[in-house]
Unconditional design. Structure first.
Length: 467
RNA sequence: GGCCCGUUCGUCUAUCGGUUAGGACACCAGGUUUUCAACCUGGUAAGAGGGGUUCGACUCCCCUACGGGCUGCCA
């Protein structure tokens, strides 16, 4: 048992939608905390006032909510903590762990130009690092970290292992901008410390940053959290995620009709493994999820596998929860709301629909029989099944159906006898029946449709088709 | 350029010095069938390349190649 309770956080910057990679990072943090009775916090990294928007924040919250990731406490705005950040910067100044740098952007740029030209390191070396305060001009300045120039900074990463950085590779990063606002490098450390974050699980694009941030922890004498830098997700082509493939906002996946449980399962499994476990519940994921199980290589998105898992989750869901999520999907996708009758029929029909669909649109397509109202308009393929001969068989069928008890056994008897009487295989009879009942060729079994529709509606539809 | 990370079937991965390198998705063939989905049986398919270390390397070390990241008063 760990002495400290686990506290993780997800800290997106509100400069765009929450894409699938961010969603997975959030999910990993959530699973880790929730599986250990810890806390999962949410902090919006909005210190970049130029690029941060409230719309992006709203989209992120919406995406997390859809994914089913709940956070503890209020959402923290990093920007609102700016006074605290400045306070820490001044404290570092007082300790000699930081210094005022009066170099202008132009001077820094010139330094880099020259360094590049001479083939030296372009890491900026401020002339103010060791300047006597009495020489300080009355001009804007930034506060820079006084980073050690010798030795190395070592980070122990739960995913990447021990990673060493020569301190000559790390520059004196800016902690406080000349306008007094904090930079990300300072703000993350201060906030993570203040919020009591024990485990930092984030994209490995931050691996290098961890070394810099370690210096701040050390300067302030704070405990360093457990680092876990996870590989990024790539598109199906192995390239960085782009708009073309998968980099859309995570809520787009709801619009595409993937159930959240399937999404969680897939995302958890992407880059993490628990032996041969492929299909599992969120409860199991919470129980099993750990840091050593995370892989070190970037993983590609595979929609086929996503669909496969989603299909399994749809089949495994309770009818009530499934119906609820389907209704939410319809709304998110901008489809018309269902009437009470449609909801009722869909709900009662789920038992025979949910094991034949991988996504909600697919399920809805197969649920046409339950959603449509008379008179049905058969689609092209279905219309072909309703030829003259077939229609006459249907009209011959209805009187028998009127006398049926409407048990599955009874219906089976009637239909197989009818088929046999005409020297037909059951399939030959099922096709026009299916067309009459659903107006489609892709549906649940004809028996199930009859059961869901009930005797009156079934007979009415058959009469419509036979007419 | 410098620094850092990565590389097992098409894809996600298991393996944590000794396995006929396993599973899942996808794919192919056959079976079943009331359309779809599913299901059953079988099959194709992998350790980037080169050096070491070792009785023995996918596993450890080095080099190369190829990907990726960082190198901002962005996060």
């Amino acid at each position: 048992m760990s002495p400290k309770p686990v506290v993780t956080r997800f800290a997106p910057s509100p400069t765009g939608y929450l894409h699938i990679g961010g969603g997975r990072t959030a999910l990993f943090n959530w699973l880790y905390a929730r599986g250990r009775g810890g806390k999962f916090l949410l902090r919006i990294e909005d210190t970049d006032r130029e690029r941060s928007t409230p719309e992006a924040t709203a989209a992120i919250l919406k995406g997390l909510t859809w994914l089913g990731l709940d956070w503890d406490g209020d959402v923290v705005s990093q920007f609102e903590m700016k006074d605290r950040h400045a306070e820490v910067a001044r404290e570092m100044l007082a300790k000699g762990a930081a210094y005022k740098c009066f170099s202008t952007q132009e001077e820094i740029e010139a330094f880099r130009e020259a360094a590049r030209a001479e083939g030296r390191s372009t890491l900026f070396q401020s002339p103010w690092r060791d300047a006597d305060p009495s020489t300080h001009p009355d001009a804007p300045y930034v506060i820079r970290m006084r980073a050690p120039r010798e030795g190395e900074t070592v980070i122990e990463d739960a995913v990447q292992g021990t990673v060493r950085f020569g301190n000559d590779q790390l520059d004196d990063m800016v902690c406080l901008r000349s306008d007094g606002t904090p930079t990300y490098m300072l703000a993350v450390v201060v906030d993570d410390h203040d919020m009591g974050v024990t485990h930092v699980i984030r994209g490995d694009d931050h691996l290098n940053n961890a070394a810099r941030q370690t210096m701040v922890y050390q300067a302030m004498g704070w405990d360093i959290p457990v680092w876990a830098h996870i590989p990024l997700i790539h598109g199906p082509d192995g390239k960085k995620l782009s708009k073309r493939h998968g980099a859309v906002g995570i809520e787009e996946y709801q619009v595409m009709g993937y159930p959240a449980a399937g999404m969680r399962n897939y995302l958890t499994r992407l880059g993490w493994a628990h032996g041969d476990a492929e299909f599992f519940t969120t409860e199991q994921a919470k129980e099993w999820f750990d840091l050593p199980g995370i892989g070190r290589a970037p993983a590609r998105l595979d929609f086929k596998k996503l669909e496969n898992l989603c299909g399994q989750h749809i089949a495994a869901m309770e009818d009530a929860a499934l119906l609820h999520e389907i209704l939410a999907y319809l709304e998110a996708a901008g489809k018309p709301a269902l009437t009470d009758l449609q909801q009722d029929r869909l709900g009662r029909g789920l038992y025979c629909l949910k094991d034949r669909a991988k996504t909600f649109p697919e399920l809805i397509e197969k649920a046409e029989f339950a959603l449509a109202s008379r008179p049905l308009v058969a689609d092209e393929a279905a219309a072909k099944a309703l030829d003259t001969v077939s229609r006459s068989i249907l009209s011959e069928l209805t009187p028998r159906l009127r006398g049926a008890t409407w048990s599955k056994e009874d219906l089976e008897t009637i239909l197989t006898e009818t088929a046999t009487a005409h020297g037909l295989g059951f399939g030959k009879l099922a096709a026009p029946l299916r067309a009459a009942l659903a107006g489609r060729t892709v549906t649940p079994s004809v028996y199930d449709m009859m059961l869901v529709l009930g005797q009156d509606e079934t007979i009415a539809r058959l009469e419509d088709a036979a007419a």
